[in-house]
Design a protein around this ligand. Structure first.
Ligand code: ZN
Length: 187
């Protein structure tokens, strides 16, 4: 993993994820990524409800549902493997403490649709980058094929975020900063 860091990969990118020794680990990480995505999209949907953005709230709820279905599919695919227990054992990349989640809490008071989509995109890109990293580095064809499937799914989510960002461009800085009423204005 330190080798990847030297290649200049972004912090929190694929190099930050757990190494995959076997299919069990891959299922466990994929399960955790989906479970994390469900929580993130639920939070983002709540944010958009606060902003009275029904369209994005609906989209995020839909994504939360889709990621939840995928999470449960992964659990089924894993069969007898206890992916939830294995996910907890994984030594690195504690998803509950992921940078995206920390940002989500801090950005709470100034969240706009654009910000919400940036959070969504960051999560999807990280997941995509991680699976692509597994595809590129594993010697096991079974792991490669499965990781490739996961990567394709995440690529669709990344594309969706990009499409939505075209519809919800970055707000004018002054406009959302005024509304946001930040506790410590930086002036
Ligand atoms: Zn996704």
């Amino acid at each position: 993993m330190s080798a990847s860091d030297k290649d200049g990969r972004a912090t929190g990118g694929p190099a930050g994820g757990p190494a995959i020794a076997n299919l069990t680990d891959l299922f466990a990480v994929a399960w955790q990524i989906e479970a994390d995505a469900v929580e993130r999209y639920k939070l983002l949907a709540e944010q958009m409800e606060t902003f009275n953005n029904a369209e994005l709230a609906y989209i995020f709820r839909d994504l939360a549902r889709a990621e939840g279905i995928h999470r449960d599919e992964i659990q089924r695919m894993a069969g007898d493997i206890d992916v939830v227990a294995r996910a907890r054992e994984l030594p690195e990349w504690r998803m509950g403490e992921s940078p995206e989640k920390a940002d989500l809490g801090e950005a709470h008071y100034l969240m706009t649709p654009w910000h919400a989509l940036q959070m969504a995109l960051a999560g999807e890109e990280r997941a995509l980058g991680y699976f692509q990293h597994v595809v590129a580095t594993t010697d096991d064809p079974k792991i490669r094929d499965m990781a490739q499937e996961f990567a394709e799914e995440e690529a669709e989510h990344v594309a969706l975020c990009h499409r939505l960002l075209k519809k919800y461009p970055a707000p004018q800085t002054e406009a959302w900063a005024e509304d946001a009423d930040p506790p410590v204005p930086l002036e």
